[in-house]
Design a protein around this ligand. Structure first.
Ligand SMILES: *Cc1c(COP(=O)(O)O)cnc(C)c1O
Length: 385
């Protein structure tokens, strides 16, 4: 075969093989002996297509290494369960992705892990929650679903001061907006199911950080808890990442148009989007986000009525959960429901949540459509309530 015939694809291939031919000198049978430079052996341990995505994530976040999982939740639970054990203490955002809130309130205490859920936009509250047993601070910024931000650099100083690790869920920001490792975080975690995939057709999660730390998480949690990423999903996400920069530019432009429309609409009480000067933390957003992304939240007087109208009538939007895809999504989250079911907030924190967004938040993920279509649909919806 001449070199002209050698197969050198421009785009990634999907390697679906579950195992790889091994040499007895190159790899041991136990995952506990897995070396950083070991060849691929079994796809739950590592896989070439998944490894290509891991390398890409590390490059995007400016980290040493990446590690992928079957979902964002699998990545986050792997991080928690590798770093925390009986007697340890976790501090995290009291308002964050509902699945993470339920994991820490319902599951971690069964393993003897103590949790303090605090308002991570308030540095004094984080500092006051620190205990000698605090091992990990986990912060989502911007926070789902109300777009509250946290100052990564300032929180990293608190984490360093108490020798805890800091992990940042940067799913909503994406690496286009923010690189948490450069601001002092030890880990950045992503639900790759959102903007990085970009098309709402694959579920995946990832962590970026120091190579040796991720090797421990690979050995302990990925291989033994077993939530490995399918190579087909890894391939879809690699393909999505090729257009990430271009998509984020359009996401932001469209979100700005919609946020400004909502802000000027008489029936809209409040709009939260980090790119609006009216966002209470707009200065922090400007400092920490090079792109304001496209998740926004707004409230109206008759939230449940508007939710019903939207669910029955929208065509450009989909009335559905999730975020970060080419198609726009809208979903209503009643405040008391999520406070009770996911966040378990006390009186002061509940009052703070409702001060921010009122009795319910419309969480809107603005897609890549013509913003005029999105605005005219919201205009029609608001006319009907
Ligand atoms: C979606 C999401 C998750 C969970 O990710 P999955 O891929 O759905 O498991 C975690 N954090 C944030 C901020 C999310 O938006």
């Amino acid at each position: 075969m001449t070199k002209h015939n050698a197969t050198r694809p421009v785009s990634p291939d999907i390697v679906t093989s579950t195992s790889f031919k091994a040499h007895p000198d190159a790899i041991g049978f136990s995952a506990n002996d897995l070396q950083l430079d070991a060849p691929h052996f079994y796809t739950r341990w590592s896989n070439p297509t998944v490894a290509a995505l891991e390398d890409k994530l590390a490059e995007l976040e400016g980290g040493e290494a990446g590690l992928c999982f079957a979902s964002g939740m699998a990545a986050i639970s792997a991080l928690f369960l590798t770093h925390l054990s009986n007697g340890d203490h976790l501090i995290l955002s009291d308002v964050c992705y509902a699945g993470v809130a339920e994991l820490v309130h319902d599951i971690l205490p069964k393993y003897g892990i103590a949790v303090s859920a605090v308002d991570t936009s308030n540095l004094a509250e984080i500092a006051a929650a620190v205990r000698p047993q605090t091992k990990l601070i986990h912060v989502e910024t911007p926070g789902n679903p109300i777009l509250r931000l946290a100052d990564i650099e300032a929180i990293s100083r608190i984490a360093t001061g108490c020798s805890a690790k800091l992990s940042i869920d940067s799913t909503i920001a994406t690496p286009v907006a923010t690189q948490p490792l450069s601001l002092g975080a030890d880990y950045v975690v992503h639900s790759l199911s959102k903007y990085l995939c970009g098309h709402g057709d694959a579920i995946a999660g990832g962590i970026v950080g120091k190579a040796d730390a991720l090797a421990s998480i690979r050995r302990e949690a990925l291989i033994h808890h077993g939530a490995c990423l399918s190579p087909v999903s890894a391939w879809l996400i690699l393909r999505g990442i090729e257009t990430l920069d271009a998509r984020m530019a359009v996401h932001e432009r469209n979100a700005r148009a919609v946020a400004e429309f909502l802000q000027n609409h008489p029936k809209v009480k409040r709009v939260f989007w980090p790119g609006l000067p009216s966002h209470p933390q707009h200065d922090l957003a400007k400092r920490q986000m090079a792109n304001f992304s496209s998740l926004l939240a707004f409230s109206v007087e008759k939230g449940p009525d508007l939710a019903r109208w939207l669910a029955e009538n929208v065509k450009t939007f989909s009335y559905a959960v999730s975020l970060g895809k080419a198609k726009s999504l809208i979903f209503y989250i009643p405040s008391q429901d999520i406070i009770n079911s996911s966040y378990r907030l006390g009186d002061a924190a509940s009052a703070r949540y409702k001060d921010w967004i009122g009795e319910g938040a419309f969480r809107v993920s603005i897609g890549l459509e013509d913003p005029k279509l999105l605005i005219s649909e919201l205009e029609a919806a608001l006319e009907n309530v």
